[in-house]
Design a protein around this ligand. Structure first.
Ligand code: URA
Length: 461
């Protein structure tokens, strides 16, 4: 029996070196006990795995490398052995990974999926708290992942908060970014993180104002935001109260009023799956996820906005934030059932600038809009809607292929370059920005009127 030592639980480089040696010396997966350097392992009598610096790299498909990067982060202690087994079998069967009915392949895929989910949860549910020290603002967050995903996520947080100083504490390790260099430090305890900060009030207000009981069912909410994370989310303190008052608020609301970037697909679901890995423009790098369109595949009305906002980016769904609430209200007044429409955006990754740890929306530029047309055009081709309703100038540019002045072209039937019927109106976030109450009311009514016309056009009336 041999003992192989790794520098940390997700040490892919260490694993790579050791496993190359095991393959070269024909040491079977069951003969290796994997563990962490400096941590006592079960088998005291095991000999250290020999070092073979010249062992050749085994030939593997790119998919194996992608799988290994995720699987190595899983908390399953057997992950190293499973990867070693797969490597061994890949030498004789290079296309092994294409066979999902193979038990080993299936197990690796499941492990990778669990790690991907955990990685996403950390991106969505991590909340920084601000502390002031001698060098100014320092943002600190506590997070308890299920798997060893901290290092996997560091690049994401560096891109998102490149100019801030931040530290993410987890029980296994901590990551510290000083604005130019990343240091991985030992794990910490929850008590090492600050308890609360002034940003909590902002999160809470924001969350309460955008909580929409009509769409955000408690069950769905719990699935997306497992209880485990609630304790670290300032806004989660409001959840019981929000759920409790949901019905009353609902009445209130109603009463006043591939190649990583290419690929085609034959269904909207398949297109969405393909688009999830899109890297056609740089926006994918800082966004949490691609926010694809949603709605029935036989929708007559296709509604196109600009791009996901902060809340859409976290939820992975279009128009679920403040602009979405405004849109929903106006749609319902215009007699349009949102559930019967297909709702999407011209650009499917959130573009923003960070201020502190807040993310401020930034409009997409023509190149980003053009890059994302790859998906929008396919959504439209699959859906074949009776009418495309464009909300705002970015949607106008994306679909008409030219700059538009919303004030001049809104409210009347238009044709897309391929002749498809279209209609342009303002974006609901324009309505949210109007400060004068009388103007806001008048503009809102005009918006609802536009939607009524759009509805009639989409129904062919
Ligand atoms: N604004 C948009 O244009 N789309 C969204 O999904 C949300 C806000």
């Amino acid at each position: 029996m041999y003992r192989a030592e790794l520098a940390h639980p997700a040490d892919l480089d260490g694993f790579r070196h050791a496993v190359r040696c095991a393959l070269a010396l024909k040491i079977a997966p069951v003969e290796i006990d994997w563990g962490l350097a400096g941590v006592e392992q079960g088998l005291a009598l095991a000999s250290p795995l020999p070092q073979c610096p010249d062992a050749p790299a085994p030939k593997v498909a790119r998919r194996f490398v992608e799988l290994a990067e995720l699987v190595i982060c899983h908390s399953d202690p057997l992950r190293f052995r499973l990867l070693h087994q797969a490597l061994l079998r890949l030498q004789a069967m290079p296309r092994l990974l294409e066979d999902r009915s193979d038990r080993l392949v299936d197990r690796l895929e499941m492990l990778a999926k669990a790690v991907s989910r955990d990685r996403h949860k950390m991106r969505a549910f991590l909340r920084f708290r601000e502390v002031q020290d001698a060098q100014g603002a320092h943002f600190i967050a506590w997070f308890e992942p299920d798997h060893h995903i901290l290092r996997l996520n560091c690049g994401f947080f560096i891109r998102r908060y490149a100019s801030q100083r931040w530290t993410i504490l987890t029980p296994e390790a901590s990551a510290h970014w000083d604005g130019s260099a990343l240091t991985i430090l030992p794990g910490a305890m929850k008590t090492d993180a600050p308890d609360s900060d002034p940003l909590e009030a902002i999160w809470k207000t924001y969350y309460a104002s955008t909580f929409n009981p009509a769409r955000l069912k408690v069950k769905a909410m719990q699935a997306e935001m497992p209880r485990k994370y609630w304790k670290n989310l300032p806004e989660a303190a409001l959840i019981p109260e929000l759920i409790g008052g949901a019905e009353a608020r609902m009445t209130d609301m109603i009463a006043p009023a591939t190649a990583e970037g290419a690929g085609t697909a034959e269904t909207l679901d398949a297109l969405k799956a393909l688009a999830a890995g899109c890297q056609r423009c740089p926006l994918h790098a800082q966004a949490t996820q691609m926010v694809f369109g949603e709605g029935p595949a036989d929708a007559r009305l296709m509604i196109v906005g600009e791009q996901p906002g902060d809340q859409e980016d976290l939820a992975g769904r279009p128009f679920v934030g403040p602009a979405g609430a405004m849109l929903d209200r106006a749609l319902s007044e215009a007699g349009i059932d949102r559930a019967r429409a297909y709702v999407t955006n011209s650009v499917k990754h959130f573009k923003f600038q960070t201020r502190g740890v807040r993310r401020i929306h930034e409009s997409p530029n023509p190149a980003e809009i053009q890059a994302c047309r790859w998906w929008l055009d396919q959504e439209r081709a699959l859906l074949k809607p009776g009418l495309v309703l464009m909300l705002g100038a970015s949607a106008g540019r994306a679909l008409l292929g030219r700059a538009v002045t919303v004030g001049k072209e809104r409210g009347r039937p238009l044709g897309l370059p391929d002749g498809a019927p279209a209609f342009l109106t303002v974006h609901p976030s324009y309505l949210l920005r109007i400060e004068n109450a009388a103007t806001a009311r008048a503009e809102y009514s005009r918006f609802v009127e536009d939607l009524r016309v759009a509805r009639a056009l989409s129904e062919g009336l």
